[in-house]
Design a protein around this ligand. Structure first.
Ligand code: BV8
Length: 271
C-alpha cells in the first residue's frame, strides 16, 4: 500500500494500475467533475442573483410549493448556464476508460448530463436530470415526464407550466432535498457498490446522503477507494490514493498511465 508521509498516497501510476486491473469498477462523481466545464458547484450556483437564497430552501418540494415561480426561474437560470457547456477532459477521460474496461459504471450526483454527452454509456444519474421536467404529481406514473416545448399557451415568464394531464405544476425532474432517490437508480447504485472491487470517487464533498455513504459501503466490503479532488474530504481518510488536483488534469494522466502500462504489458507478453 503506497502512502506518503501525510496519509493516502499520491501515485497516478499505482492508481491507474488498480483501475486497469479492476474487475468491477464503479465511478462516483459529484459537482467537481463538472467544475472545469465552467459549471459552478451546487453551492456556487448561489452567486449573484441567488446569493440571498439558501439552495436547500430552493431545492425542496416545500420551497417549490411556497414559491413555484422563484424555484422554476432558478432552474431556468441554471439551465441557461448549462446550454453552451461542454464536457471537460475529466468527463472525456472517464468515457475513455470504457475502451480499456468493459465493466465501468458511473454513479453521478450531477444533473447536467455531461458524462453522457462525453460518451459514457452506463451512467446512473441518482439525483435526476436538469434537462428534463415532470408532473409534480407524477399523475401518469413515477416519473411522468412532460415535454414543456410541446405545451401550447404557456408563458415561460409566468413560472412553471401546468401538467396537461392533471393540472398540477410541472417541475424539474431532479431529486430535491427530503425526496427519495429514484428507486431503481439507488438500488442499482447500492448493488454495484456492494460488488465493486475499485471505486473511483471524483469531485464530491461527500456531504449529501444517501450517496455520501457509498464510498464507505464499498470500502467496508473490501473495495479499494481512489479519490480525485483538490481538497481533502471525509472520503480521503478511507482512500488508498488521494490524487489531489483538478479532475480535468489528473484523470487524463490516469488514463495515459493505464494505456501505457497495458501497452507495456502487451509488449512484454508478445516478447
Ligand atoms: C433523502 C439535485 C430520504 C437538485 C441534489 C440530516 C443529516 C443527514 C442527512 C440529512 C439530514 N436532513 C436531511 C438529510 C438527507 C439529505 C442530506 O443529505 N442533507 C445534507 C445536506 C445534510 N438528503 C436528502 O434529502 C436526499 N434524500 O435522504 O431521502 C429522506 C426522505 C425524507 C426526509 C429525509 C430523508 C436527497 C438529496 C438530493 C438533493 N439534490 N441535487 C439540484 O441540484 O438542484 S444535491 C446536490 O448537492 C448535488 O446533486 C450533490 O449531491 C450535492 C452537492 O454535492 P457535491 O456534488 O459533492 O458538490 P459540492 O459542491 O458539495 O462539492 C464539490 C467537490 O468538488 C468539492 O469537494 C470540491 O473540492 C471538489 N472540486 C472542486 N473543483 C474540482 C473538484 N474536484 C475535482 N476537480 C475539480 N476541478
Amino acid at each position: 500500500m503506497s502512502s506518503s508521509s501525510h496519509g493516502p498516497g499520491f501515485s497516478i501510476v499505482e492508481a491507474a494500475q488498480a483501475i486497469r486491473t479492476s474487475q468491477r469498477l464503479v465511478v462516483l462523481s459529484g459537482a467537481g467533475v463538472s467544475k472545469e466545464s465552467g459549471i459552478p458547484t451546487f453551492r456556487d450556483a448561489m452567486d449573484g442573483l441567488w446569493a440571498k437564497y439558501n439552495p436547500q430552501q430552493l431545492a425542496t418540494p416545500g420551497g417549490f410549493q411556497r414559491n413555484p415561480k422563484l424555484v422554476w426561474d432558478w432552474y431556468s437560470y441554471r439551465r441557461e448556464m448549462l446550454s453552451g457547456v461542454q464536457p471537460n477532459p475529466a468527463h472525456f477521460a472517464i468515457a475513455e476508460m470504457e475502451q480499456c474496461l468493459s465493466h465501468i459504471v458511473i454513479i453521478t450526483q450531477n444533473i447536467d448530463g455531461l458524462h453522457q454527452k462525453a460518451g459514457s454509456t452506463d451512467v446512473i444519474p441518482v439525483h435526476g436530470d436538469i434537462r428534463l421536467n415532470k408532473c409534480f404529481a407524477n399523475c401518469q406514473g413515477d416519473p411522468t415526464y412532460i415535454d414543456v416545448e410541446a405545451l401550447t399557451g404557456w408563458d415561460p415568464e409566468s413560472g412553471p407550466p401546468r401538467c396537461p394531464h392533471c393540472g398540477a405544476y410541472v417541475r424539474p425532474a431532479v431529486v430535491w432535498f427530503e425526496e427519495m432517490l429514484p428507486h431503481a437508480a439507488i438500488e442499482r447504485a447500492f448493488a454495484l457498490t456492494q460488488a465493486a472491487d475499485v471505486m473511483l470517487v471524483v469531485g464530491t464533498s461527500g456531504a449529501v446522503q444517501p450517496v455520501a455513504s457509498l464510498p464507505f459501503m464499498a470500502q467496508a466490503q473490501g473495495a479499494v477507494i481512489i479519490e480525485v479532488n483538490p481538497e481533502m474530504t471525509p472520503i480521503t481518510s478511507i482512500a488508498r490514493w488521494h490524487l489531489a488536483g483538478p479532475a480535468g488534469e489528473i484523470l487524463p494522466q490516469v488514463v495515459a498511465a493505464m494505456k501505457s502500462s497495458s501497452t507495456h504489458e502487451g509488449t512484454m507478453n508478445a516478447s
